[in-house]
Design a protein around this ligand. Sequence first.
Ligand code: ATP
Ligand code: MG
Length: 437
Amino acid sequence: MKILDQPESDTSAPASSAISYAGLIEKIEILRSTLRWTSRLERPEIEKLLRQASTLRDEVMQLSHKERFVQAAAAEPKRDLPAGARRQALIERSFVFEGTFGDNPKLLEALEIAEKAAPTDLPVLIDGESGTGKELMAKVIHANGSRADKPYISVNCGAIPDNLLESELFGHRKGSFTGASNDRKGKFESAHTGTIFLDEIGELPLSGQVKLLRVLEAHEIQRVGSDEQIAVDTRIVAATNRNLRKFCDEGRFREDLFYRLSVIHLTLPALRERRDEIALLLAYFGDEAAATLKRRPVKLSPRLRDFLRNYDYPGNIRELRNVVYRLACLAGDMADIDHLPVDIRPKSSLSLAMGGPAASGNGIATASSLAEAKRVASDEAERAFLERGLQETGGTVAELARRYEMNRSHLQMLLKKHGLHSKEFRAAAQKNKEAGG
Ligand SMILES: Nc1ncnc2c1ncn2[C@@H]1O[C@H](COP(=O)(O)OP(=O)(O)OP(=O)(O)O)[C@@H](O)[C@H]1O
Ligand SMILES: [Mg+2]
């Protein structure tokens, strides 16, 4: 039986030959009718069909990436557009976000640059503080490029001992050093045709930098203990939380390598620079954590919400995400300051939790007079008292006023002063009731 009228070489032609939708559809149709009308397939025919299907798949991918590249290249940067419109434009061009969330202008700019860089093979250097999403961005670049269905290999240059680095990156031959009991492929060979992500590139020792430079120039590697040059076709994305320019000035990083790696240079913003998005990120990760932990989303008490909105997040998005997961794991319906990790918890809450006097709170430590310290302490006590009351009365202000013989409008004013919302306490009480049957 004859499978496909065309010679096989046609379907396996290199992607660089003109691929068109019409040509592809024709090939797919031929494959379809072959399968439909054949009553029996022998093994060699099955293998041939699978090869042709796989070539077709590659061509479809190539074509879609080529189209996307043309669209991305033609898209003018629209920095003056509102953030939502910029994100929407990326969505319309089928950009793959890989879960990257946020509309901060600096983040959107990084995504727009990533979109244009992705389909090329140009090296990309991503920098930014710890936890700003550098690795995520590397995945975004891979996912939007023509190598998306090829290997993505991640190497942490800071985690490999100096004496194993070369073998880890380039592989080795059996017997080339003590412990090399077999021939072994390195990460560059594993990433052949795909992307290699060199994380913490700033930690790469100078000897490793020289070798990396050679790969970038010659696209060849040599396994440790071997003379053979092996051609590798690997796209390089590197990341660092160091200032590599400064490292170059200090002689810790080769300048020529820095320029080679940073043909496209992306800098990710710290969370401090995108404070306006903290509330959205809290909600986003809150829902994600609830789904992961199979529970209802946790509510945040007003003072916890205030804290989380104003906290500095030295660990950036990773820290925010971890805090939200912690709250989702430890809290009941409503999370409060005491559910925070001890090292970031405000001191006033710590001392309260440890039974200490409320008067040792944060504001008190900085009070410049006894009168101010008294006022701060009195405020804290007032707030704690009101919160407890709202919890006990299930958020019913009238009941609270009755119980403590307070004027209702005065009580409302105090709640407002402390940013306490009776509605939230009512909702929490309702949930507790439901959960309790
Ligand atoms: N914009 C974002 N939207 C959603 N999640 C994000 C975003 N940025 C980072 N994250 C999440 O934050 C965590 C940390 O991100 P990532 O590992 O990419 O940071 P990093 O910059 O590589 O950190 P480090 O320098 O410590 O290695 C991950 O869980 C990632 O999914
Ligand atoms: Mg990282």
